[in-house]
Design a protein around this ligand. Structure first.
Ligand code: TXA
Ligand code: MG
Length: 312
């Protein structure tokens, strides 16, 4: 059930979460499917609803950095990143604290001794987290392997009755999931996302390692992920027979869906998942996607497109 995210709905959603229910809510990246991260039964319902492999750990969302600091051990660089970019589209993977006041369910961490934490910037997410009073585990609110939802109705299409409430806060702003940084101990980019690599590197004064350079595998790095039903052809010049075109930039033919006519990567990121869903709904055999540069948010856009085009 989709409900406009006003005060009454947020209070009701917080009650549902505390009672072990599932609430989908907007963040500045994508819609999340939330459950009380301290309640194993509630978290198990997330995996059921999404059809998600159990080994894939979840992000714990907190209302403020103080709550995150109670859950995990920060190092100096993590503190600097949190101070600069929280609330916002950045997730930090850090060692769980044994003496934290809230006991995070092992289903959230998939048994790892680290926890992914994030303080979202969206006002609805913030108010919901504050009202719930517990950290909320929330993956993107889509069926596992499908494109992430950037509108409340995308959640309804994918999950429908499996969710107790869908809080509608309009279209999400960033449109891409958060950037994930782990420390091993050097800061490492596990997933490019809504915060560009360059901004993080500038603050830290050193480059981020790539996850592929180290032994640790983020389970989110499954090759085929974020996939529409149609197959994808990347770096296309135009649509061929049986294809629809996902365009980018001022050079594209008029009439095609264009992620950004002006070639603005921020706008393209915000439109990406909604446009993939809309084109997919036309039922084409293949979606031809024009070239998108890999700078700034383009790194995350190309990451999602590569996964969506991977053989399944
Ligand atoms: O923007 C976002 O991050 C959205 C919104 C709802 O906050 N959430 C999201 O969650 O994208 P999800 O579950 O779709 O992706 C979480 C990623 C997965 O790739 C998972 O493997 C990784 O985070 N992850 C979680 N805990 C981890 C850990 N302890 N170590 C390494 N990777 C971890
Ligand atoms: Mg996801």
């Amino acid at each position: 059930m989709i409900v406009k995210a006003d005060d009454g709905a947020i209070a009701e959603a917080a009650r549902i979460l505390r009672g072990g229910g599932l609430v989908a809510f907007p963040t500045e990246t994508v819609y999340g499917l939330g459950a009380d991260a301290t309640n194993g039964k509630a978290v198990a319902r997330i995996f059921e609803a999404k059809g998600r492999p159990r080994f894939n750990p979840l992000i714990a969302h907190a209302a403020g950095a103080d709550i995150a600091r109670d859950l995990v051990q920060f190092n100096d660089e993590a503190l600097a990143l949190a101070a600069e970019f929280w609330p916002g589209p950045l997730t930090l993977v850090l060692p769980l604290r044994s003496a934290s006041s809230q006991q995070i369910s092992k289903l959230v961490t998939a048994g790892l001794d680290t926890l992914a934490v994030r303080v979202p910037a969206h006002p609805v997410a913030h108010r919901l987290l504050a009202a719930a009073g517990v950290p909320i585990a929330a993956p993107s609110a889509n069926l596992s392997g499908r494109v992430s939802p950037t509108r409340a109705r995308h959640v309804e299409e994918d999950l429908g009755a499996a969710v107790d409430m869908i809080l509608d806060g309009g279209a999400t702003e960033a449109g891409l999931e958060s950037t994930i940084v782990a420390f091993s101990p050097a800061p490492t980019l596990l997933r490019p996302g809504g915060l560009a690599r360059e901004e993080i590197e500038t603050l830290l004064g050193r480059p981020l390692q790539d996850f592929s350079e180290m032994g640790v595998r983020s389970p989110g790095q499954l090759a085929s992920h974020y996939a529409p039903r149609a197959t994808l052809r990347l770096n296309a010049g135009r649509a061929g027979p049986g294809e629809v075109l996902l365009a980018f930039g001022p050079g594209a033919l008029k009439g095609a869906m264009n992620l950004s006519w002006t070639g603005d990567l921020r706008e393209a990121a915000a439109n990406l998942f909604a446009y993939l869903r809309a084109l997919d709904a036309e039922g084409p055999a293949q979606i031809a996607v024009m070239h998108i540069p890999s700078t700034g948010l383009g790194e995350a856009i190309n990451d999602r497109l590569r996964r969506a085009s991977a053989p399944r």
